[in-house]
Design a protein around this ligand. Structure first.
Ligand SMILES: Cc1ncc(COP(=O)(O)O)c(C=O)c1O
Length: 439
């Protein structure tokens, strides 16, 4: 089966699926797929299967790895390349505070199931506003220093919700080019007028603010950026962003998926910079530090109430179950009563960075719990990823389209529950694999 290939650097002029370069996994990128897909879905499914399956079975695509134990520093993983379960060191989970398997939180969740059952079977607007969900809304508002909050089934939907209920046809949204897919999809689905500024570049943001405020003194301008960038782990210059938004009368919205629980004594990036009062809306997720699922928006009372009645991704979907609300309430209590847990994740991240320095491994120096590590120059990224997997280190290979071609990296996430011994072992594995690749 031959498919015309238009992408340079893929596998040649006429891509022959039988000649798929299984031994050179660097040649295949998900980005290339749009060039080999045709008009009919059956053919596309077949093409994808033919490309994906051999690479997956050989272990060159480490997606959907099956974790068979609670999320903890050491996990059991069903290795799809061997069919055997094996123990792995987990450095690929956003369970930053170790709440996923916390005894106290689990007990509270079990009690909630006994008291409130397993779910609401309906949206918040009709029959899903249970006591636990309402308590969580109040708790989140306080936690984020805001008047009110709403809770949604995912952070993804939280981004859809605010973009589609607040951005009118005459408004513009200025957003960081490194924004999460959920914001991009919110813009696309809502057909909003939105323009990207250069990643984490406040000068680029200011140039756009000058342009769009200059064009219209009265229009709504929204600015959205992440508190902690998910793929680089870097912390946004939120102080400058807040000042710029004040100067040009723009609404500042932050996606604090990876800052919440980690920065600002766990309250997030705005608290860390002391700019909570300048943030119009905070979006967050329960899928990282709180280790469950769900998302939220926190802001002033009237805006949140407006979103409650105008955001379709909120009112046309069912409420999160009480047990999820209970897990997040217990998590917030834990953050507030045990600040040493938050301190611990930051110390662990710092310790990891210092050990990477000693081992001569390249990484992005950040102030968060995300530590992106680069493979040795000239190495085949997927081969390194597979060797790390074989050596028992679970870290997430990040490649295009999530990051630009040539900037592939391993995304390490640190947990408060990691010991220094876990970190030493992880760095030792990386050093061994990287040294081997250098030859
Ligand atoms: C920066 C950012 N925003 C939004 C989301 C979406 O959150 P959720 O997993 O709750 O849908 C994520 C999750 O990956 C994220 O990293």
């Amino acid at each position: 089966m031959s498919v015309e290939n238009k992408t340079e650097g893929f596998v040649g002029e006429n891509f022959n699926l039988e000649d798929l370069p299984i031994e050179d996994p660097s040649k295949f990128h998900l980005l290339n797929l749009k060039d080999v897909f045709g008009k009919q879905i059956k053919g596309n499914i077949e093409t994808f299967e033919n490309i994906f399956r051999p690479l997956y079975q050989k272990g060159f695509l480490l997606y959907h790895r099956e974790v068979c134990s609670p999320m903890a520093p050491v996990v059991q993983v069903l290795d799809h390349t061997t069919g055997q379960k094996k123990e792995m060191l987990m450095f690929g989970s956003n369970n930053y505070l170790g709440f996923a398997n916390d005894e106290k939180i689990k007990e509270k969740v079990i009690k909630t199931v006994q008291d409130y059952g397993i779910g609401m079977a309906g949206p918040m607007i009709l029959n899903g506003s249970g006591s636990m969900q309402k308590e969580l809304e109040r708790k989140l508002a306080d936690f984020k220093g805001k008047e009110d909050a709403i809770v949604l089934p995912s952070g993804y939907q939280a981004n859809l919700a605010w973009v589609n209920s607040l951005i009118t046809d005459s408004a513009v949204l200025l957003y960081d080019e490194a924004s999460h897919a959920s914001l991009i999809d919110a813009i696309r689905l809502g057909k909003k007028r939105a323009f990207r500024f250069l990643a984490q570049n406040m000068q680029s943001l200011e140039e756009m603010l000058i342009k769009y405020r200059g064009e219209d003194a009265n229009r709504d301008i929204f600015v959205c950026l992440q508190g902690v960038y998910s793929m680089s782990g870097e912390v946004a210059d939120l102080k400058t962003a807040a000042d710029l938004c004040e100067k040009y009368r723009a609404y500042l919205v932050i996606d604090d998926a990876h800052g919440t629980g980690v920065l600002g004594k766990g309250k997030g990036t705005a608290e860390h910079f002391g700019v909570s009062s300048k943030v119009f809306l905070t979006m967050g997720t329960f899928s990282k530090s709180f280790a469950v699922t769900g998302g939220f928006l926190a802001g002033d009372k009237k805006t949140i109430n407006f979103i409650r009645f105008f955001a379709r991704p909120y009112f046309f979907t069912a409420a999160i179950p009480p047990m999820i609300a209970s897990a997040v309430i217990a998590g917030i209590d834990e953050i507030e009563s045990h600040p040493e847990r938050v301190q611990r994740v930051l110390e662990n991240a710092e310790y990891l960075r210092s050990e990477l320095d000693k081992a001569g491994i390249r990484y992005i120096k950040t102030g968060s719990a995300v530590v992106p590590v680069f493979p040795p120059e000239g190495s085949v990224f997927r081969k390194i990823a597979l060797e790390l997997h074989h050596e028992g280190l679970f870290i997430n290979p990040i490649e295009p389209p999530a990051v630009a071609l040539g900037t592939e990296r391993f995304r390490m996430s640190v947990m408060a529950t990691h010991s220094h011994e876990d970190i030493n072992r992880a760095v030792a594995i990386m050093k061994k694999v990287f040294d081997r690749a250098r030859g």
